[in-house]
Structures are given as structure tokens and as C-alpha cells.
Ligand binder design. Structure first.
Ligand code: GAL
Length: 325
């Protein structure tokens, strides 16, 4: 009996120890000027010892696109914001990295369209900063990538245009730069049924013809790709619009696959709904090769500009991902 009690106390202690301290949880995420950070569907670039956070600027009244069979809530697409930090706690607003335009629905960057999930990579060869994002009509039927480029990490970024990689649909997406300098775009395709991973050209400005279909017919989106100890990890969400669902992760020895689905990386209360968040990026912590931050959005579908954030630090232990809330 005594022995059992001791084990119980010890396991309670270790469980508590293992629990992560959430770095950010909720709507209260302020920049160094004391203003609310507006960076949804975010991504982070680490360059010259500085973290640059890029995200969707959501500003204005939320409205429902008429005639849709799903909850197509939209808010004006305010372009892409950028904030910088050296400690991941204090974020300085660097202004709008990619500007949207108003009153021209034929322009990809019109506020009435979709500018989502921006991600930025630095290209060593061209010395340029390259941004990719999901660009769409407000009914999500264009399904393409927008590409922009800048000489400085914070921008301003010059818009180059939009593309459907290999003539395939691209919706939720992320970028990944491998240790050999090759870069990839991973995205929901084929009506969100199947994901693709496509290698980029050496300048990162275009897709190549080298792509693979993964998580076939698994209906996954919001991809976040990272690497640890030579292995690739991909965390995704299910497809339920702005409403939360269970995350799942897959691993691979080669980025082009085969990918093996492992299961839900989250545990703790509300793990089946990713703690009410949807992932947008996994941030590798500089200098700590097995430490990462799972970054997610707490969508507020009825008032999208009030959507919050959830950042949970985690460690990959023996090749396993455990995100604990
Ligand atoms: C989600 C997607 C978001 C946004 C939303 C629109 O599934 O992950 O980035 O596109 O749908 O309803």
C-alpha cells in the first residue's frame, strides 16, 4: 500500500513537471508598444539571431459569405504583419510587411480576398527573403499560392504573383527549409483531401515539378513541418473551418515520404480539440535542437479580429511529439 502511494505521489510530481508552461494563451499578446499583436496563421523566420514573426492582419467586421454550404466567415484581409524579437517574449512591431489593396477584387491582394498563413524563408544564394502565402477568393475556389520577395527580413515585400504548383490546388500551406538549403512548400490540395509536398526552385520563387502526394484522402490542413535528429515531423489539423478539431502528426525519414501517421500529439484536457486551437507553425528554438514551440490560433469565428493565440513549448523525446496543456 505504502509503495503504491509513493508511486502515485511521484507520478503526480513528474506529470506536473512535464506540463509545459504555455507561453501565450488567449487574446492578450502585446507588442513592445503595448498594442495587441495582429499576426494570425503565423510563421517565424530566424535570421541573424533575431526571430521575425509574420502573420495575417485581421481587421474589421466579420461577415458570412452568402451561398456557402459551410461557415465561410471572412474579415478584411489586411496584408501581412511582421514583428521581431530576440527573446520570444518582447515583440517589436516592424509594420506591414506585405500590404493589401482596397476596392479591386481582380487584385490578388485585395482586402476582400484571402491572404492566409504567410511563411518566409531566407535564400542564401540570392540573399533575398521569400514569402509564400495562401491566396484565394472569398469562397476559396482559386486555391493558389501568392509569392513575394524582399531584400530585408521585415520588408516591404514586393508581390510577384500567384501560382498553382503543377496546376494543383493549394490552400493551407507552410514552407520548410531543409539543412541542405533545399526548400519545400507543403499544402492541402485536391479539395483538401490530400496534402502535397513540393520542392521549390533554388531561388525559392517557384515550385518545381518534383512533388509528392501524402496523407492521401486523410482530409488534413494547417500543416506545420519541422525536423529533429534527421527525422521529419508534420503536424496537421482536420478540416472543420474555424472550429477546432484533433491534431495529428506524421513522421518520415525523407521529406518526400513515405510519411507514417502516428496520432494526436496533444494530451491533457481538451486534447481532442487541440486545446481549442489550430496549429499554424512549429518554431525550432535556436540552440536547443529538441525544443520547439507549437504555435496555434484560437479562432473567434464570429469576430475574427479578436482571435487569440496559443503557444506551447514542447520537446521531442525519443522521436515522439507530446504537446501537453
Ligand atoms: C481553416 C483554415 C484557415 C482558414 C479557415 C477558413 O480550415 O485552416 O486558415 O482558411 O479554414 O474557414
Amino acid at each position: 500500500m505504502k509503495y503504491t502511494a509513493l508511486i502515485l505521489i511521484l507520478s503526480m510530481f513528474f506529470n506536473n513537471e512535464a506540463r509545459s508552461q504555455n507561453m501565450i494563451s488567449g487574446g492578450d499578446f502585446k507588442d513592445t508598444d503595448g498594442n495587441q499583436i495582429n499576426a494570425h496563421g503565423a510563421g517565424v523566420l530566424y535570421y541573424n539571431e533575431v526571430y521575425y514573426l509574420f502573420g495575417e492582419i485581421k481587421k474589421g467586421k466579420t461577415w458570412l459569405v452568402p451561398g456557402q454550404s459551410w461557415e465561410d466567415y471572412r474579415v478584411p484581409a489586411g496584408g501581412v504583419s511582421c514583428y521581431s524579437s530576440t527573446d520570444l517574449k518582447h515583440w517589436k512591431n516592424l509594420g506591414t510587411a506585405l500590404r493589401s489593396v482596397t476596392g479591386d477584387q481582380s487584385n490578388d491582394l485585395d482586402t476582400g480576398r484571402v491572404i492566409e498563413r504567410p511563411k518566409v524563408l531566407y535564400n542564401e544564394k540570392t540573399k533575398k527573403f521569400v514569402m509564400w502565402f495562401h491566396n484565394d477568393r472569398n469562397d476559396y475556389q482559386d486555391s493558389k499560392a501568392g509569392i513575394a520577395v524582399s531584400d530585408a527580413p521585415g520588408g516591404p515585400y514586393t508581390y510577384l504573383g500567384s501560382i498553382k504548383p503543377n496546376n494543383q490546388m493549394l490552400r493551407d500551406m507552410t514552407l520548410f527549409k531543409d539543412t541542405d538549403g533545399k526548400a519545400y512548400v507543403a499544402y492541402s490540395s485536391e479539395g483538401n483531401n490530400t496534402m502535397h509536398v513540393c520542392q521549390l526552385t533554388d531561388d525559392y520563387l517557384k515550385p518545381t515539378e518534383h512533388y509528392t502526394r501524402i496523407l492521401i484522402d486523410r482530409n488534413r490542413e494547417s500543416p506545420a513541418l519541422f525536423k529533429n535528429n534527421g527525422k521529419y515531423f508534420l503536424i496537421t489539423s482536420g478540416c472543420s473551418g474555424w472550429s477546432p478539431n484533433a491534431a495529428s502528426y506524421a513522421t518520415a525519414d525523407s521529406i518526400m515520404g513515405p510519411w507514417t501517421e502516428i496520432g494526436n500529439p496533444c494530451s491533457g484536457a481538451n486534447a481532442e480539440q487541440t486545446f481549442f486551437a489550430q496549429g499554424n507553425y512549429v518554431l525550432p528554438i535556436n540552440g536547443k535542437p529538441s525544443n520547439f514551440i507549437f504555435m496555434g490560433d484560437l479562432w473567434n469565428k464570429l469576430d475574427l479580429e479578436k482571435s487569440g493565440y496559443l503557444w506551447i513549448p514542447f520537446e521531442v523525446i525519443n522521436g515522439e511529439v507530446k504537446i501537453i496543456n
